[in-house]
Design a protein around this ligand. Structure first.
Ligand code: ZN
Ligand code: ZN
Length: 183
């Protein structure tokens, strides 16, 4: 995912818009796998701010997630938006290509030649948006811990069976349900 900034990197104040299409490899995070079946699409805008290029990226797409309660796969729409500053040149000795701080303490990235590679910033920003505990629905009923049935799709008899197994428990429940019966 590269954009060519050859014609704006030389002139302070110049601005350009790019259409973006970003395909992402599946990601494994926290024991879960996230799939991106469709590429993310959107745009990048670049401004020449004199000593650096400001890049603003807006993308939308969707992720294929697995619900952490019922384990069903579902698709969730995603939107990401971020800004990043790039300066020409290579990182110095002992510095990494990203997370480099300039004199004013802002984080800048580097680019070399005429192209800025947005692959990593896009990937990182999409990962930041992924839910740690995906839920197909806020009210997802999950799986029955006894028989494993998906309680969103079917009811199971587990609770009824548990009650009939021990009639004393059922009786106790009755008593607890009528606290005023003896007074
Ligand atoms: Zn679910
Ligand atoms: Zn069950």
């Amino acid at each position: 995912m590269r954009i060519n900034v050859a014609d704006i990197k030389l002139e302070a104040g110049s601005h350009k818009r790019f259409d973006l299409t970003a395909s992402l490899e599946p990601v494994e995070l926290g024991g879960q796998e996230f799939l991106f079946e469709q590429p993310f699409t959107g745009e990048a805008e670049v401004w020449n701010a004199g000593d650096r290029l400001l890049v603003k990226v807006e993308l939308s797409g969707e992720a294929r997630l697995q619900c952490s309660r019922c384990l069903t796969q579902y698709t969730e729409p995603m939107e990401i938006s971020f800004e990043e500053e790039f300066v020409a040149g290579a990182p110095g000795e002992g510095q990494t290509e990203e997370d480099e701080e300039d004199e004013s303490g802002r984080t800048v990235s580097f680019y070399e030649g005429d192209e800025i590679d947005l692959t990593e910033p896009i990937r990182e920003n999409i990962l930041l948006e992924l839910p740690m505990k995906p839920l197909c629905d806020e009210d997802c009923q999950g799986l029955c811990p006894t028989c494993g049935v998906n309680l969103n799709e079917a009811e199971c008899k587990c609770e009824a069976v548990a009650e009939s197994v021990d009639p004393r428990l059922a009786k106790l429940k009755d008593l607890l349900g009528k606290p005023d019966s003896n007074s």
